[in-house]
Design a protein around this ligand. Sequence first.
Ligand code: 4AD
Ligand code: MG
Length: 432
Amino acid sequence: MANFVEIKRLSEHVGEEVTVKGWIYNKRSSGKIKFLILRDGTGYLQCIVFKGNVSEEVFELSGNLAQESSVSVKGKVKAEPRAVGGYELDCTDVELIHQSQEYPITPKEHGIEFLIDHRHLWIRSKKQVAILKIRHRIIKAIRDFFDDRGFTLFDPPIITPNAVEGTSTLFETEYFDLGKAYLTQSGQLYAEAGALALGKVYTFGPTFRAEKSKTRRHLTEFWMVEPEVAFYDLNDDMDLAEEFIEYVVQTVLKDMKVELEILERDTTSLEKVIRPFPRVSYTDAVEILKKKGHEFEWGNDFGGADETIVSEEFDRPVLIHRYPAEVKAFYMKRDPEDSSLALAVDMIAPEGYGEIIGGSQREDDLDELLKRIKEHNLPQEFFEWYLDLRRYGSVPHSGFGLGLERTVSWICGLDHLREAIPFPRMIYRNTP
Ligand code: 4AD
Ligand code: MG
């Protein structure tokens, strides 16, 4: 056992003398009293340094502590409903661990570029800590959801010989004598092999897109979770996506109240994320756009603005299915009712957060898939192993991918994906 107590566990120590270690978040003074606000990553604590209770040196030190100095404080725990976190420490000792230099991030307003330049320090701020904790809770909810339903976590490679989602957004690298290799855009093709081996699998890891788009919804490195299930058709896939999103959102609402409050997140819209979600076909979604007076030609892909307009018709996430095959990936199965359509689905989050899920039923017929690979000018030799899945006991199967940062950004109510990941990678930024 460590010889200090975490702030979030102080409720178990009321009336006791304890040691707390952390950093000076803020401080003020009034005559004979110094108020130190300590943060330790688990919470915030007001420490009262009263001149009469400590040595002269300790009282002086307490006045000289710079923001973000690290300290070890000793004192008696008191319940104090008016204090941050609900507890207070009546200090008997304050020990300096390290006196901070002038801290660049002060309580005043800083520009966003300045803050991202100092991301390694910015993550100490109250809101950033809350976001990173919610991100962690979302990751755990995602894993619990699939683990509890008999899915096996299946880790795909990150270095790959081919594109999954189209060749325009690949990060390329030289790979010894084997020529070019690429950073994966998605683990899906490997997840399909996993599903035919294990039935239900999910991948969860970083994926890469050399996106030229400089938008609030795009990172070049982002985390994706991709379930893939043998014998599931598009409807089963949509049912799974719906149950999954309901679970993740409701879990965060239940467990992360304090953090959502710190972010001043109005949760009214999140509370409505309860099944069933509305489902509309792409064709019906185009009609919604036209009815609302927006010009849109059937056959085009939706842009972020179009998605928002469609989603505003509904009070919860909406599933848009059966897109024109032309705008979707090569591996998607065609609709047997209309071969110009792909059995695809996107889930659009409310409040303008756009596409959070993309998925589909996969083409399971060898000849059809060969045809698509040729149409898309993809090098067949790299896909032979993938084609084998259609040669040896092919079955209908489906899956989807959820973008983690888009989900964090939506649930936290953020303006931009850059705050949804510890160190964002974007087209104009790969530091710190
Ligand atoms: O729609 P996408 O491209 O689908 C796939 O990658 C499929 N292979 C998934 C599957 O069926 N297994 O990407 C899936 C999700 C998007 O809905 C979005 O949430 C997120 O990944 N995403 C991004 N997030 C951040 N930055 C980017 N540049 C993203 N591109 C996609
Ligand atoms: Mg997509």
